[in-house]
Design a protein around this ligand. Structure first.
Ligand SMILES: [Zn+2]
Length: 299
């Protein structure tokens, strides 16, 4: 685990940061319902948790419900129709979209800090996207053992810099566990892997990390593990009919997809969430989206 990541569900005092806290009464609000008041025994101060939903006019439950539905493939318009049926103060599909972008970014800033207990082989591949008439890319790296999506990025172009960033992030999360990185025959990879995983082409005997090239045009094809991931992504992006917003929001939505894939949904092939294998220290109680948001605020 990367140092300084706080994964406990304990509450810390906003004044002195200690966790010697007791509940001390509550009050009702119109929008958010009951708000708990706390008392810090260490510094003798009362406080309420501001957290991730401070100044939001909607409840954490409603917001996380929207995130959950969206990443299950329900469009923002359909989510809005659903909310209309159950909540008197309704939100537009534009604010739902904004919540998805905002909280996807927030959570992924936290999850990107976590180290992964991976296997020895990573697979890296790119998928083509057409956004506003231009060709963009989604690059993803999975750990073949836990199926954890170790690193991913939505990019406008497959430049060496952009690819190096994704692979560096995968290296940072997996440390020295990886021995093989499998990619397609894209010309960029030898340089990119040298910069990120220190792959040394000349060292053919006992290499520290080996670059395994799968030549798709020769009919070798990629492994079903990454094919399955790509099918999931295709299905997901088809449901919301592509990215119409900025690159920044496309990027945020794909980070949210990554969070959903790793932490929320059960992977059919392994019968559990990839994070249960890859980050066993991370424990959830009930509403995973909400708990991930709370972890992000603490970190
Ligand atoms: Zn205190």
């Amino acid at each position: 685990m990367i140092e300084n990541v706080n994964m406990s569900n304990k509450i810390n005092c906003p004044h002195c940061k200690k966790d010697d806290i007791v509940k001390r009464g509550s009050y009702q609000t119109a929008v958010k319902g009951k708000v708990q008041r706390y008392y810090c025994k260490n510094c003798d101060k009362k406080f309420v948790l501001r957290g991730a939903f401070y100044r939001m006019r909607n409840t954490p439950k409603k917001i996380t419900l929207c995130l959950d539905l969206f990443f299950k493939g329900v469009s923002t318009r359909k989510i809005q129709e659903h909310l209309q049926a159950f909540y008197p103060h309704n939100s537009s599909n534009v604010s739902i979209y904004k919540w998805i972008v905002r909280y996807s970014e927030m959570i992924s800033r936290f999850t990107d800090k976590l180290s992964v207990k991976s296997g020895t082989e990573l697979m890296c591949d790119e998928m083509e996207y057409h956004r506003l008439g231009k060709k963009n890319w989604f690059t993803d790296i999975i750990d073949t053992k836990t199926r954890f999506l170790v690193s991913s990025e939505y990019m406008e172009k497959r430049t060496n810099e952009a690819l190096t960033d994704v692979l560096k992030s995968a290296k940072k999360k997996t440390g020295n566990q990886v021995k093989i990185v499998t990619t397609d025959g894209l010309m960029n990879y030898p340089v990119v892997l040298k910069k990120s995983f220190c792959v040394d082409k000349k060292r053919t005997v006992n290499p520290i990390v080996k670059h395994n090239i799968v030549n798709a045009s020769a009919g070798e094809g990629f492994n079903h593990k990454i094919e399955r991931l790509h099918n999931t992504i295709r299905q997901f992006t088809k449901n919301f009919r592509g990215f119409h917003g900025s690159v920044k929001s496309a990027y945020a939505i794909m980070k949210g997809f990554e969070v959903n894939y790793n932490f929320i949904r059960k992977h059919l092939a392994i019968g559990k969430c990839p994070c249960e294998l890859a980050i066993p220290e991370l424990k959830f109680e009930e509403n995973k989206w909400l708990e991930l948001i709370n972890f992000s605020v603490k970190n």
